[in-house]
Design a protein around this ligand. Sequence first.
Ligand code: GDP
Length: 297
Amino acid sequence: MFESLSERLGGVFERLTKQGALTEDDVATALREVRVALLEADVSLPVARDFVKKVQEKATGQGVTKSVTPGQQVVKIVHDELVSVLRGEGEADALKIDNPPATILMVGLQGSGKTTTTAKLAKRLAERQGKRVLMASLDTNRPAAMEQLQILGAQIGVDTLPIVKGESAVQIAKRAKTQGAMGGYDVIMLDTAGRLHIDEVLMDEVQAVRDLAQPRETLLVVDGLTGQDAVNVAAEFDGKVGISGVVLTRMDGDGRGGAALSMRAVTGKPIRFVGLGEKMDALETFEPERIAGRILG
Ligand code: GDP
């Protein structure tokens, strides 16, 4: 998922570590190249700029050029800074599913992978945490989307709320809550409708559902391949409905990965999971250490 960035940074650091002794200028040159590599990976400009500035300050502060292995030290500082930018301020809370039934609201644009991710997450909660999950599709405009969730539910052995024609999204959410409480479910997952673009109608509907459902978590699903757009979509959804975290999908693709690096710094919201394929098991928790390790190869 970070192949080209990883390759670019690998090249910069190989030169740096091979060189032995380093001057302040050598470090500055390498860091300029790091900045370009980040920008080419579609990391937002302020994030890339801030990143390099912090690395530069630490390198100077730690007297890297006077050390025996200056190149390696720079790599270590970059690694730590990557972890820090991915993690943001403080550790992201684990997905908390206590006091059942807890509602998880899934929001996002159409085609982002929302329905697939809803099912992947339901499967994970059922299998790994033994939770009883009820999924409901609120996509009243697209009967096919409702059926898709039912099909996925049957496939993974997770219950879905029966489809009743003619209900509004809020009515479905209400029925899901009642059914969730009566049926002894631990988690109710509401797969809200997506639109191709953010619009007032979409936001109004999500807000109405949110107010009724009082979700424990509101997870935004965004397509990781869309780079900075993914970050903009997240900022906008957060402003309008308030999100608790992000799921970046299609991170198995050849995207440049910038969204992963900018998300926390720009929106302040943690990436909770990454989607790594179409299969129901292709969902990983987002771990900054592991991602940083992947980027630095
Ligand atoms: P929705 O409109 O947001 O509900 O999107 P869907 O869940 O229907 O997903 C749209 C397409 O993206 C489907 O073909 C999914 O299989 C695919 N998809 C979803 N997540 C991922 C992912 O992480 N990686 C890949 N490669 N495909 C994905």
